[in-house]
Design a protein around this ligand. Structure first.
Ligand code: 5AD
Length: 361
């Protein structure tokens, strides 16, 4: 198949996707080239920035893979003040990032809901509506999603983590707070409320197969996602899943597999936004640029204040160095220029897929 035939292909089977995910050597390099070409063709070559604010590591959930899970007593818990969030938001605005992601441990309480609503309104007032805001604060009721949408959030990321219900069960506690069906229902709510809706999975989980990953991609297509954020699974010593580390793929293989997932998702899902995850950078210093080079188009530089940055420690080797400073941005710009990608400063860079989904309604 030539590039054009790949771009026009819509009838992807699970077997075809698996074949691509198994590519190695020259055929893997060809897949990477195709991923970048498809990104340029469907979304354009620009890379959009989302300033990431890790609002709080207080969490009501107990996911077996995550370093800030509720049962991890060694975590120093924090919550940013409204001032700290607004300072980071102002910085993003001044540096022309155009968009923010507010991410947090998951709490479901009226007080938490109200705090997020207040933050959203304060950011909207401060920026005169110029800063786009993506939320990534977990499963909530439809009413809460509606309240936040009204208050100014317009995109939402909620990873499904794995679309294999059995694998999902193996990496989460068996209780009402951690049900696969509830996660799926929340994704449907987000879409119905009107958010640009994003999901994603961890790549290289213990026990995860290529067929699982291929089915994840078919799920993304069927659900008709607007955005994806996926990254390699990285073990954390203070989590239950650490015990299964001996069955993991070597780190370099997990990294490659994550890049292949990005490229294949770009080919299958075409005009969506795909984030190059921070977890890629935890394995290779220029991991996020490598994600862009194979088809991603969003980078989320960390703007969380240094004072708490080491407390939002989801997995081993999470980069903690000073990002969001001008010199770092200049370096990112230079690196991206090498692959012909410019940063879309001052642009929201909404998912083209979302705009189409809405204009054809
Ligand atoms: N390795 C990789 N990603 C992780 N996340 C949480 N823990 C880990 C880990 N150990 C990801 C999950 C979650 C997002 C906020 O961080 O996919 O949705």
């Amino acid at each position: 198949m030539n590039d054009k035939e790949y771009f026009n292909k819509n009838d992807w089977s699970q077997a075809e996707i698996e074949t691509l995910l198994n590519a190695n050597g020259a055929s893997m390099q060809e897949l990477f080239r195709l991923g970048a070409a498809a990104r340029d063709h469907f979304s354009g070559p620009k890379v959009y920035l989302r300033g990431l604010i890790e609002y709080s590591n207080q969490c009501g959930k107990d996911c077996f893979y995550c370093g800030i899970r509720k049962s991890n007593r060694r975590v120093q818990r924090y919550q940013l003040s409204e001032d700290e969030v607004l300072t980071a938001a102002r910085y993003a605005l001044e540096e022309n990032y155009a968009s923010l992601v507010i991410q947090s441990g998951e709490l479901e309480s009226p007080a938490f809901t109200a705090r997020i609503t207040r933050l959203l309104k304060a950011i909207r007032a401060m920026s005169g509506g110029k800063l786009g805001v993506t939320l990534s604060v977990g499963e909530q009721t439809r009413e809460v999603y509606e309240e936040w949408f009204e208050a100014g959030a317009h995109r939402y990321l909620l990873r499904i983590e794995s679309t294999n219900p059995e694998l999902f069960r193996r990496i989460h506690p068996d209780n009402e707070l951690h049900r696969f069906e509830r996660r799926i229902a929340a994704l449907h709510d987000l879409k119905a409320v009107g958010y640009q809706t994003g999901t994603g999975v961890m790549i290289g989980l213990p026990g995860q197969t290529m067929s699982d990953l291929a089915r994840d991609i078919l799920f993304f297509k069927e659900f008709d996602v607007d955005m994806l954020g996926m990254g390699p699974y990285l073990e954390h010593p203070e989590t239950p899943l650490f015990a299964e580390r001996l069955q993991l793929l070597p780190l370099t293989d997990r990294f490659e597999l994550a890049l292949k997932m990005i490229a294949v998702c770009r080919l299958v899902l075409k005009d969506i936004n795909i984030a190059s995850a921070t977890a890629l950078q935890a394995i290779v210093p220029d991991g996020r640029e490598r994600g862009i080079a194979v088809g991603a188009n969003v980078i989320m530089p960390n703007l969380t204040p240094q004072r708490v940055r080491s407390d939002y420690f989801l997995y081993e080797n999470k980069p903690l160095f000073e990002e969001g400073v001008a010199s770092h941005l200049a370096e990112l710009s230079r690196n991206l220029a090498k692959t012909g990608n410019a940063i879309g400063f001052g642009e929201w860079g909404d998912s083209r897929h979302f705009s189409k989904r809405h204009s054809t309604k």
